[in-house]
Design a protein around this ligand. Structure first.
Ligand code: MF3
Ligand code: CO
Length: 253
């Protein structure tokens, strides 16, 4: 069941989202060759605590860390470790924050130092695919309009969308209805309604769509070992239009 939120609740979710936006701004200076994903995790955890908030991920179905940090062929749910980042890597950082019972969720793929043109392109197409999906968030549209806009944009650029992981409703829990796939058909699925809050999150593989899960039971990697990128915003449908609640950049894409 979709939980429609009042404007007041949406403002509360936006507070959590604002903390995530600040984290992503601060992370720009933390991400550099030879730092470890564990150092990034600690920086994020400290930031969340300083704000009086909590990680929405730690303990969720037993997830062991405060952020998900996924490098290169890792798609999502990378567990922070002593692994060092290297010049030319790409690193996807996914952060969920809970403040006063309200949840927001967002992700960005960052370059580590100077990266290849091929990696730049994957990152840029994934970021723009998110904005293509967000543009469909309006009264009269359905979830399938968001999904198909993402899929079309990604496939047009020769990449594939992961089909076993989805975006989702968010706000009073980390995961709420409806499910927001990154593939689908125009005019299908749940109607978008005033007061809906969605986490839209394309996961885009350079190669094939198939993924597998590492023996740690969490980390999802591409089955063919190709690179993967991930961008996510939590957004609301307010006054008939889109409101970005995790504003890690100007919301124009
Ligand atoms: N943004 C991811 C999601 O929506 C993060 C979940 S990771 C977990 O599923 F650690 F919380 F499980
Ligand atoms: Co999410």
């Amino acid at each position: 069941m979709v939980r429609i939120k009042s404007k007041e609740k949406i403002r509360a979710i936006e507070k959590s989202g604002g903390i995530i936006a600040e984290i992503f701004q601060g992370l720009q200076n933390q991400i550099r060759p030879s730092t470890t994903t564990l150092k990034l995790e600690r920086w994020i955890g400290d930031f969340i605590r300083k704000k009086g908030a909590r990680s929405a991920f730690k303990g969720y179905r037993g997830y062991p860390a405060e952020a998900c940090i996924s490098v290169n062929e890792e798609v999502v749910h990378g567990i922070p470790s002593t692994r060092e980042l290297r010049e030319g890597d790409i690193v996807s950082i996914d952060v969920g924050v809970q403040l006063d019972g309200f949840y927001a969720d967002a992700a960005i793929t960052f370059p580590v130092g100077k990266i290849s043109a091929e990696k730049e392109r994957l990152i840029e197409v994934t970021r723009k695919a998110l904005y293509e999906g967000m543009k469909q968030v309006r009264i009269g549209n359905r979830v399938g309009d968001v999904s198909s806009a993402i899929q079309r944009y990604v496939e047009h650029h020769g990449y594939s969308v992961v089909r076993t992981l989805f975006g989702h409703g968010v706000g009073e829990a980390l995961h709420e209805d409806p499910v927001v796939p990154n593939f689908g058909r125009v005019g299908q699925g749940e109607k978008l309604q005033e007061g809906m809050v969605l986490a839209i999150e394309p996961m885009v593989n350079q190669g094939e769509a198939e993924v597998k899960v590492l023996p740690n039971k969490w980390t999802v990697i591409t089955a063919d070992g190709s690179l993967s990128a991930h961008f996510e915003h939590s957004v609301a449908l307010v006054d008939g239009g889109l409101k970005v609640l995790t504003n890690w950049e100007g919301a124009d894409g």
